[in-house]
Ligand binder design. Sequence first.
Ligand SMILES: C[S@@+](CC[C@H](N)C(=O)[O-])C[C@H]1O[C@@H](n2cnc3c(N)ncnc32)[C@H](O)[C@@H]1O
Length: 253
Amino acid sequence: MNKLAIIGTAALGVTFAAGVLIGRKCFPSDVGNTFKSHVGAKNDPLMKYLLDHSLREHPVLTKLRMCTLQEPRAFMMVACEQSQLMANLAKLIKAKKVIEIGVYTGYNLLNMALVLPEDGKVVGCDISEDYANIGRPYWKEAEVEHKIDLRIKPALETLDELLKAGEAGTFDFAFIDADKINYSEYYEKCLQLLRKGGIIALDNVLWGKRVLNPVKDPSTQSIHQLNERIFRDTRVNISMLTVGDGLTLAFKL
Ligand SMILES: C[S@@+](CC[C@H](N)C(=O)[O-])C[C@H]1O[C@@H](n2cnc3c(N)ncnc32)[C@H](O)[C@@H]1O
């Protein structure tokens, strides 16, 4: 190998390692590019048609979405068309108890709270109070704040608290949308918390198409391995949808 090739290979190695390290800490900004209406499919005329003919958004949700779009990490927000699908499903199964792992500014949290009955509750798990503070005025304006139980701490701790409190088998719907490394544990704990006939929705299962990469960084590997495991999991029926950044729906048997 000549000197130039050695330098080139070393540089590639350093770049890859740095990418892996950064990827471990952050939510990469190209994620969501797959089919999300406000990121990858933003200027797609077909997506515009789809939204024009299907999005029935509560006026406060529209305000929260517009406000969140001003934020530098708006790509993290759930796609509005995906959120509407999940709210419709929650309503269909007459959900009363919902858990959301990864709240950000709470677009989906608010959507869930809007479809829950007066005595329903949505437990929101996030580690950032700052993001929640952006959304809170809108939760209040929509008059559903009393249905929202926000817990600011690592989601695994909240899930363990709920299990310890004897809430296994009592939740109707779970939305998993936080750090990818812990997806497998989130899935197992949510499955315990869910009643039969309940639904787990897992976001980012296509991870900006990275699941196709032959060499996978830790987040991609975690998602890919869980996709393989859920595919064989006889405790659930499943559908994997090309909505947002890829959405798996797991129906507990
Ligand atoms: C993709 S965003 C969630 C988007 C949100 N579901 C929505 O409706 O727009 C991911 C969120 O997960 C949170 N998060 C990351 N690691 C976490 C952890 N270990 N526990 C709880 N939340 C976490 C981040 O702070 C961020 O707000």
